[in-house]
Write a protein that binds this ligand. Structure first.
Ligand SMILES: [Fe+2]
Length: 436
């Protein structure tokens, strides 16, 4: 049995397959543009289990129903090979089956076992990180940090591990330590785009806008050499920093140059776009109807793909802004249908926070602020459970503040904003949200 570059046994005797596996793992960790090369390795070698599992991972990340059959095929091929495979492949298969069923809690348990058996499996933490995203990275931040802390001593010199650990620290409000670990990660690899991402989160949460803009602008030179999702997302953070400073022109320029309708069918670009436009509207700026129509046209293709409430809430807002009422109705029917088949822990999140949030997103898109307040007030404690990172779910916190202000509840709006800000002064955008 051969070992991968992390020193972990892999069920294969073929060194070309081992090279493909190592390439995919490294590409995913550094967020490179060529992770799709694993697909040829999987298709040309149906009797090699690890490429089947990695190809399934490649498509699971997309959060798009159009890849459902491909995921099913790769997982089915992997299942047929399980008997002659090692323990790690068996555990990966179980984790991916859980992920495919939207059972993110179940998947995390399997990744916990994997990393207990092979603490050097940095790749496993990378995949597990997505499960924490699906369950709300801020909401489940403590569990994620426990995960990385447990593996710190073994992996403390790995720049991609440090990028994840720094993000886990940031999600727990440990901004100083997060910045320190992210800088360590960048010093080991200056093109460490996931550590750049931690820096973006830290400076945004601390309200250090000029410093954040400067740092991200410097880092951005290398982003074009990485995968499209991270380009979109890191530029989204840069645009957000400009927007927090209410430099609308600079924010728009970043979005037009690097995000808006560049890969319009990619889910991650879609929610980066919607999240920006939604904030822009709350800041009092008009988004042209043609832009919403263009965005909604592509969003409509994914509206019936139900994964996490975070995504569906973004779709709901965009579709409502473009008056796509038929698509919204079909989407709501699909949500009800999917919920019936969703594992119980995940269904509880949809029931408690997801459905009210989606209704509130629609209400805010219609300008019905009274309804938004009614829907959001009972769920603000658990809104982070719908999925997304701390910065991503701040969108819903901003929406709440905005609707409170629009219904002339300025004191409540101000008080809620204070609970979000803790030690830092309000940004120009946050002050704008309070205005009627
Ligand atoms: Fe982010």
């Amino acid at each position: 049995m051969l070992k991968d570059y992390q020193g972990i046994p892999v069920t294969t005797n073929n060194t070309d397959i081992l090279d493909s596996i190592n390439f995919f793992i490294k590409e995913l960790l550094r967020v490179g543009p060529d992770a799709d090369k694993i697909l040829a390795a999987a298709d040309n070698n149906p009797n090699e289990i690890m490429p089947q599992l990695l190809a399934a991972i490649f498509y699971l990340y997309a959060q798009a129903g159009e890849f459902d059959n491909l995921i099913k095929t790769y997982l089915a091929q992997a299942k047929n090979l399980l008997r002659q495979s090692g323990e790690r492949e068996k555990l990966y298969y179980a984790a991916l089956r859980a992920w495919y069923r939207n059972d993110y809690h179940g998947a995390i348990k399997h990744f916990e076992t994997i990393t207990q058996l092979w603490p050097q499996d940095v790749f496993a933490i990378k995949v597990a990180e997505f499960m924490f995203y699906a369950l709300g990275q801020g909401y489940t931040g403590k569990a994620y940090l426990k995960f990385t802390e447990r593996m710190y001593s073994v992996n403390q010199h790995d720049p991609y591990f440090l990028a994840m650990h720094s993000f886990a620290l940031e999600l727990n409000g440990e901004y100083g330590l997060a910045e320190q670990e992210a800088q360590k990660a960048i010093s080991l690899d200056s093109e460490n785009v996931w550590a750049h991402h931690t820096i973006a989160h830290v400076y945004t949460k601390q309200g250090r806008l000029a410093k954040g803009i400067n740092a991200l602008t410097n880092y951005s030179e290398c982003w074009q050499r990485h995968a499209r999702p991270i380009q979109s997302h890191n530029y989204w953070h840069l645009a957000l920093l400009h927007l927090e400073a209410m430099d609308i022109q600079a924010a728009w320029q970043v979005v037009k140059d690097h995000i808006l309708l560049i890969t319009p069918d990619m889910v991650l670009e879609q929610y980066d776009t919607i999240s920006f436009l939604w904030r822009l509207e709350m800041a009092g700026h008009v988004v042209e109807q043609t832009i919403w129509q263009d965005v909604a046209k592509h969003v409509a293709l994914h509206a019936n793909d139900v994964y996490i409430p975070f995504l569906t809430a973004h779709y709901a807002y965009a579709l409502q802004r473009a008056n796509q009422t038929d698509v919204i109705q079909a989407m709501q029917a699909k949500v009800a249908e999917s919920m019936a088949q969703t594992p119980v822990q995940q269904r509880a999140i949809w029931e408690k926070a997801g459905l009210p949030l989606i209704a509130a997103s629609l209400a805010q898109a219609k300008g019905d602020h009274k309804r938004v307040v009614e829907l959001l007030t009972p769920i603000m404690q658990c809104v982070g459970s719908v999925g997304g990172s701390d910065a991503q779910t701040d969108l819903f916190r901003y929406a709440y503040v905005h609707s409170l202000a629009q219904t002339k509840q300025q004191v409540a709006a101000q008080n809620y904003l204070q609970t979000m800000l803790k030690l830092y002064p309000a940004t120009p955008l946050q002050n704008a949200l309070l205005r009627i």
